[in-house]
Ligand binder design. Structure first.
Ligand code: SAM
Ligand code: SF4
Ligand code: F3S
Length: 474
């Protein structure tokens, strides 16, 4: 089997819901080639790497050249209406390619495939293959079926599929940072959220396979892994051989012990589930990055209850206080939604004041987008006018800008250990890397004999709204 050469970069917009990632590979000896674009969260990007592995084992080669592909795949996201519209727009762009190349097959994968199922075949006549997130192993069979001219669909959700035995092919990787899925699905049923319907029940992946994957990444030169799950704190695995129950804190520790040179990150934590045990483990290991993404969604207790988030504003604030007490240097980020059903001006003020309290280093902010089939769609009216949702969003974005700039400015005149991830986008004479609290740092290479994947001390002399600028501190 030919070895794929994979180069390039992961777009770091993975949490925005609409990012995409073309595959870059080279190699000429494949009979059929596939092209895959990923939208949505990091879990979808990680899934595309599993899909690439499944297809590669069956003799399909990846390409990033649309014209050269025999199979076009969109790994899709349904989190907000805009994410689905982006995919539909992309599909119309594919139409002209299909006209030029009649044998070309188009496959819709991921959450939108799961949500719409074979309804998609009526709506999007172009699509030949529809595969949900738990059915990727059947992709080679579905391709064979589609090649006979039939439409091929598999959207069965599973209670135990974790793809634990599949070694993902890293797509467009920088060779330094990689995602490792540790669980799938979600049991939380937040009322606004489509994920429990598109990804099914929560299940944890065999801890041994996670550690093996992280070890093999480390030996392959990677220096950072991000452990992925919709709710990592509810990770739970019983080792049948040792009868040991492994919690998320224990898993974090196992991965951190692979090497002090391997940075460990994780996402996403749920405020109701993150434990002191996780925070203590983070404090104990220098290589577990001091950065926590703790989505709040709203600062109003009434709205939090309607959202079924199962914590209060006070509970959330107590978690933030605890993180700052145990991990004073930690970066903290959040997700916030404006204009959820029945949100009043006072509810919005509560979200605003919570943000003033937390002063997040980073925040992903959205206005509410009603999703068909969710609890909120069935129980409540989407009654906040779009212009109100958007103007509230603008207000919290403006507030967050102040906090994020203050957060950057606090780091000026300090020195940080930076993991070099590659050249700066703007200049080959500068490096681009990140601190362990997840800030991007750009600094001149000068004449130091450094490579990507190396750690270096960088003294920060200034900043922009999103980047720290520094010099190597020797
Ligand atoms: N599991 C994570 C959690 O509990 O926060 C992330 C879930 S989702 C992939 C990422 C973010 O999208 C959510 O935290 C939420 O802020 C946002 N989101 C989810 N559904 C939404 C909707 N219907 N409208 C607007 N934003 C939404
Ligand atoms: Fe969606 Fe809530 Fe699950 Fe996150 S925890 S994926 S917001 S249902
Ligand atoms: Fe989107 Fe599915 Fe992720 S809906 S955010 S790709 S879990």
């Amino acid at each position: 089997m030919e070895i794929l050469e994979l180069t390039g970069k992961i777009h770091d917009e993975s949490r925005q819901g609409e990012a995409f990632l073309p595959v870059q590979t080279t190699g000429e000896s494949y009979q059929k080639r596939f092209y895959i674009e990923s939208y949505g969260c990091a879990m979808n990007f990680a899934d595309s790497e599993v899909i690439a592995s499944i297809l590669n084992t069956e003799g399909f080669g990846a390409t990033r050249n649309l014209e050269e592909a025999d199979l076009l795949f969109l790994n899709t996201c349904s989190i907000r209406d805009k994410a689905e519209q982006t995919v539909r727009k992309r599909l119309t762009e594919f139409r002209s390619l299909k006209k030029k190349k009649p044998g070309l097959l188009i496959g819709m994968l991921g959450c939108m495939a799961e949500r719409l199922k074979d309804k998609l075949l009526e709506e999007e006549k172009l699509v030949d293959i529809i595969v949900g997130p738990d059915a990727y192993r059947s992709l080679p069979d579905l391709i064979a079926e589609a090649e006979t001219g039939q439409k091929a669909v598999n959207v069965l959700l599973s209670r135990d599929e974790t793809y634990a035995d599949i070694s993902p092919i890293r797509l467009d990787s920088n060779g330094v940072c990689a995602f490792v899925s540790i669980m799938r699905g979600c049991n939380n049923m937040c009322s606004f959220c489509v994920v429990p319907f598109t990804r099914g029940r929560e299940r944890s992946r065999d801890a041994n396979s996670i550690v093996l994957e992280a070890e093999s990444l480390f030996h392959g030169g990677y220096r950072e892994v991000t452990l992925l799950g919709q709710n990592v704190d509810s990770y739970y695995w019983v080792d049948e051989q040792t009868n040991e129950t492994i919690t998320f804190a224990m898993l974090l520790e196992k991965v951190a012990r692979i090497s002090p040179l391997l940075r460990v990150r994780f996402s996403t934590s749920h405020p109701k589930d993150i434990t002191d045990e996780v925070l203590f483990t983070m404090a104990r290991y220098d290589n577990i990055c001091k950065y926590i993404h703790l989505p709040v969604q709203s600062g109003s207790n009434r709205i939090l209850q309607l959202m079924n988030r199962t914590y209060t504003r006070e509970w959330y604030i107590a978690k933030i206080d605890r993180i700052r007490e145990l991990l004073p240097m930690a970066g903290i980020s959040t997700d916030m939604i404006t204009g959820f059903c029945t949100e009043t001006d006072q509810d919005h003020k509560d979200s605003y004041s919570l943000m003033e309290y937390c002063k997040y280093d980073l925040a992903y902010m959205y206005y509410y987008s009603e999703r068909p089939g969710t609890l909120a769609e069935r129980r409540y009216t989407d009654d906040i006018p779009e212009e109100v949702k958007k103007s509230r969003l603008q207000e919290i974005i403006a507030l967050h800008r102040i906090h994020s700039l203050e957060s950057m400015q606090r780091d000026v005149n300090k020195t940080f250990t930076v993991l070099i991830e590659g050249n700066s986008k703007k200049s080959d004479t500068d490096w681009h890397g990140r601190t362990d609290h997840n800030k991007v740092v750009i600094f001149p290479k000068e004449n130091y004999p450094l490579n990507k994947g190396d750690y270096v001390q960088v003294h920060i002399h200034s900043c922009t709204a999103g980047t720290l600028l520094g010099v190597i501190n020797n």
